[in-house]
Every structure is written in C-alpha cells, then in structure tokens.
Design a protein. Structure first.
Length: 152
C-alpha cells in the first residue's frame, strides 16, 4: 500500500538523511512510503501534482530504503543526496568500473563502518557499505555493467 508521508515524517526523514550523510538536503516534492511487511520500507520521491493510482514502482523514483533505522539511498537517491553530502568516498576510474560491474573495492584506508556516497569526479556512482578497508558493493544486479572484472 502506498501512502504519503506527513510533513513531520518528511522533515524527520530529511533530518535523518542530513545527519547520516552529513549533507544539507532540501527536497521539493512528496515522499511516498511503500509500507512492506518485511523489515524494510521503500521511500519514493514524487514531484507531480496528483498521486496516480498505479503501483508504487511507477510513481516517482525509488529514493531510499529504510532498514533497521538505517537509510540506504538508491542510485537516484544517492545522486540527489550526493549534491551536498560530505560523507563520501572518492573512487578513481578503475575503482568506479569495478563498483559498476558489481565488485567490492579495496580503498586502501580504514573508514568508519557505514554507508557512504560513492563519487568518481563529479559523478555520483551510488552508495557503498564501508567495512575496514573495503567498500561492499550495493549496486543492484539490474544496474550493473556487463563487463566482469577481477576483484581489486
């Protein structure tokens, strides 16, 4: 079932995003929630005037998933949040290719465990989970490139 987030819920979500990704995000539009009976909630961003009576996946863009209180942006959500985020990891070209092909990447430096926005220059690649010196890939299989690379 799809429902519109109340103003208080939207403000709290934006506050949580800003806190988690050290950003100053401002959102025009509606947040819609697809309340699932599973452990996660999908959030969609919709900028139209009237919410159409269609499945949630056809309404706006999938902005993020909330799982156990942690906000995990989709690629489009990461591109939106990444415009002002400071909790980012800069990838070089080779690392970016590996991430987009579905591989984990060794970044060579210790990062605090958590989700980070992944950048390659000005391009936002999506989001990754940092653990020790690695970025665990979060790119959905349907969005990966066809090229297969060995893990670096």
């Amino acid at each position: 079932m799809l429902r519109k987030l109340k103003k208080e819920e939207k403000d709290l979500l934006i506050k949580d995003i800003n806190q988690q990704y050290d950003s100053c995000l401002e959102v025009d539009g509606l947040f819609l929630s697809k309340d699932e009976k599973r452990e996660s909630i999908k959030i969609f961003l919709y900028t139209g005037e009237r919410i159409p009576d269609v499945p949630a996946e056809w309404t706006g863009i999938h902005f993020c998933t909330i799982k156990e209180g942690v906000i995990i942006p989709s690629i489009e959500g990461a591109q939106y949040i990444g415009q002002t985020a400071n909790k980012v990891i800069e990838l070089d070209y080779e690392q970016a290719k590996y991430v987009m092909s579905g591989r984990d990447v060794d970044i060579g430096e210790e990062k605090e465990k958590g989700y980070y926005i992944l950048l390659n220059g000005d391009a936002v690649m999506g989001v990754g989970l940092a653990e020790n010196k690695k970025i665990m890939n979060m790119t959905p299989k349907s969005r990966r490139t066809l090229q297969q690379y060995r893990t670096i």
